[in-house]
Structures are given as structure tokens and as C-alpha cells.
Design a protein around this ligand. Structure first.
Ligand SMILES: C[S@@+](CC[C@H](N)C(=O)[O-])C[C@H]1O[C@@H](n2cnc3c(N)ncnc32)[C@H](O)[C@@H]1O
Length: 225
């Protein structure tokens, strides 16, 4: 797992950055309302970007980072050989356990908020939707480093992240949709610095006002030479 200061910041500062965001998703009304949009988001946004038939994404061992109550996991499970659900809050993972029962393909893990509880090169596909948009940039960078570590050579990461630099240094809740400070270019810069290739990126008009406050990025751990 990553050291606490893997993003170049002190462990306490990183823990504070995790807590400042994570505290809003313990028993949030978000979960029930978000569930209703999943079919549309999966078919209209996620699948067209992933292009699973020609992108080389291998779903043998999938990690759903910040899985919440399992709405994306329900879409990933039919594709996955094994599905690791990772979240900050044990109660969200409890809800996932109830949802997926004893399915032997599903494994739930609590994270400290900046590390992935998987072994080196264990995963083929890291997936994160509608969560990283809120994460502090130090936390995003720590997860990029962890992604590089847990992905097999040639493995992919799909990250839905913020493309909003409206409030540098400010509270993420200052932005109307609670987007934290991040951009398409900064994500690419961090990914490259952490040893991941950028396969493609696509700004997303999440608010539907032409602001393109979000971005999808498909990254890849370089193949072993
Ligand atoms: C907006 S919800 C999205 C959940 C899920 N991805 C979905 O689309 O339904 C954000 C999730 O991120 C989790 N979370 C917040 N901070 C986190 C962190 N630093 N690491 C892992 N999970 C985190 C929360 O517990 C919550 O489940």
C-alpha cells in the first residue's frame, strides 16, 4: 500500500483531505437518487467512452474504487471475473454485501482514503465513477500511484474526475456540483509522473450547461518490455 505521504504531502494533511470530502457520504440521500440515473449513465456516457470491444480493457480482475452502495458494481459484475469493491465507509460496503450476497466474485475492502488494499499487479481494470470528481488533488495523485502499483502491465484505469479549476485552494463545496480542483491537463500530468500512459480523455458536460466541469480519462500501465 501507499505510504501516507505518497502524494508529497504529510500523512496528517492527506488524512484531513480525505476526511473533508468523505464525511459527506456516510448516510447520504445521494445513494437512492443516483441509482435512478445509472442505466442512462452506463449506456449513454460510460460504455461509449470505454469502447469495450476495441479498447483492450481486460475485466478479469476489476476494482471499483469508491463503490458507494454498488450501483456501478452492478453494471461491472456481469463483465468481471473478479470484482473488488473499495470504499472509505464500512457501511457502504455493508450495503454492497447485502446487494451482492454471497457472489464469490465480489470482495469488499475498506480503504484509508488514499491506498488500494490489493497486491502489486493484481488488477486488470481500475474503475472510478462519480466519486473522484470530489477528491482533493493530493488524494487523486495518491490513487494514481496506487493504480500504477496494483495494475498489471497493460492494465487500464477509467477515472471520472473533475475538470474544474474554479476555486484553487478553496473548499470543494464552493463549486456548485462540489467539484474539487482538478483539470484534464493536471490529471494527465500526474498520471504520466506516476508512470501511467494517457490513452484518451474526454471532457464531460455533467451540468449540461456547456461548462464541461468533468472529464473521463482512460489510462494504462505500460506493458512490460
Ligand atoms: C458520490 S459517491 C459515489 C459512489 C459510486 N461511485 C456511485 O457512482 O454510486 C462517493 C463515494 O466515494 C466514497 N469516498 C469518498 N472519499 C473516498 C476516498 N478518499 N477513497 C475511497 N472512497 C471514498 C464515499 O464513501 C462514497 O461512497
Amino acid at each position: 500500500m501507499a505510504e501516507a505521504d505518497s502524494a508529497g504531502t504529510g500523512g496528517a494533511a492527506l488524512a484531513d483531505a480525505v476526511e473533508a470530502v468523505g464525511c459527506w457520504w456516510i448516510e447520504a440521500p445521494y445513494f437512492a437518487s443516483a441509482e435512478r440515473h445509472m442505466d442512462e449513465q452506463w449506456r449513454g456516457l460510460i460504455l461509449p467512452f470505454l469502447r469495450l470491444d476495441d479498447s483492450g480493457i481486460d475485466c478479469a480482475v476489476v476494482v471499483d474504487l469508491a463503490a458507494g452502495r454498488g450501483r456501478t458494481a452492478a453494471k461491472l459484475l456481469p463483465l468481471a471475473g473478479r470484482l473488488h469493491l473499495v470504499d472509505l465507509h464500512p457501511n457502504n460496503l455493508e450495503a454492497c454485501r447485502r446487494r451482492f450476497g454471497a457472489d464469490p466474485r465480489v470482495c469488499c475492502h475498506v480503504t484509508n482514503g488514499w491506498s488500494l488494499p490489493l497486491g502489486d499487479a493484481e488488477a486488470t481494470f481500475l474503475f472510478c465513477f462519480d466519486a473522484m470528481v470530489h477528491f482533493d488533488s493530493d488524494v487523486v495523485r495518491a490513487y494514481l500511484r496506487e493504480g500504477r502499483r496494483v495494475l498489471r502491465p497493460g492494465g487500464h484505469a477509467f477515472l471520472h474526475h473533475s475538470n474544474t479549476v474554479a476555486h484553487p485552494g478553496g473548499d470543494f463545496r464552493s463549486e456548485g456540483h462540489w467539484r474539487n480542483f482538478m483539470s484534464r491537463d493536471l490529471l494527465a500530468h500526474y498520471a504520466l509522473k506516476e508512470g501511467l500512459e494517457v490513452v484518451r480523455q474526454q471532457p464531460v458536460d455533467w451540468a449540461g450547461d456547456g461548462g464541461f466541469i468533468d472529464c473521463f480519462s482512460l489510462l494504462r500501465r505500460p506493458s512490460a518490455r
